[in-house]
Design a protein around this ligand. Sequence first.
Ligand code: SF4
Length: 251
Amino acid sequence: MDDLVGKHALRLELPADAVNDQTGFESIAQLGTALTECRRCPRLVTWREEVARDKRAAFLDQEYWGRPVTGFGDPAASIAVVGLAPAAHGANRTGRMFTGDRSGEWLYRAMYRAGLANQPDAVSVDDGLRLTDVWVTSAVKCAPPANKPTTRERDTCSEWLHTELTLLSNASVFVCLGQFGYLAVWRYLAATGVTLPKPRPKFAHALDVKVDGLRVLASFHPSQQNTFTGKLTEQMLDQIFVAARQASIGS
Ligand code: SF4
């Protein structure tokens, strides 16, 4: 992984006290602090704040986060899970990825069964959830209308994701949730100089690509669209996290 990190040349417009040669940040926590101030995508800023102000009826008594959502988990993780974006009434409400929504219920239950989480539930930032050897993040850091960021928003936010993944210096197993997450990981690896197979393998559930000592595992996204219809079952999601765990032990 050191070789991979050594290939990074990506830089953001960084805070004045930035020090890390490759990313400009001392730590992933410092990156997270800077991220929460980002307002680079006007449409997403408007949307995340509108949702936070208007709220869903069930959460009227709660204060929404309404800001960019940074990754969550173990900064020394060897497994990085990359989804699409915060859910409007999930992470955009609670301030933690996949927390407070149905997708997260599926995701963290699977991680718990795989021994990567200390509990199956994720309802709020103070619920006691702890992850071991896994970091959960998203390609776009602000909730988009209809879960559809524009290409420009995706590309703008990719600087954050690439920097985050760079700071996650032990990550060697990438679990991609849905095609959007898969393509985001692919672009990241390409940007770091990893020699990727061409043509790119078509996204599919349980796709497993081994490249340059790294593993890329793809999963259908645990969105309600997939879980309600049976396109993704709990057993199928378990299969991904068991494989990720085994890959991380072997790495
Ligand atoms: S989507 Fe990313 S780049 Fe755009 S405002 Fe949010 S954090 Fe900033």
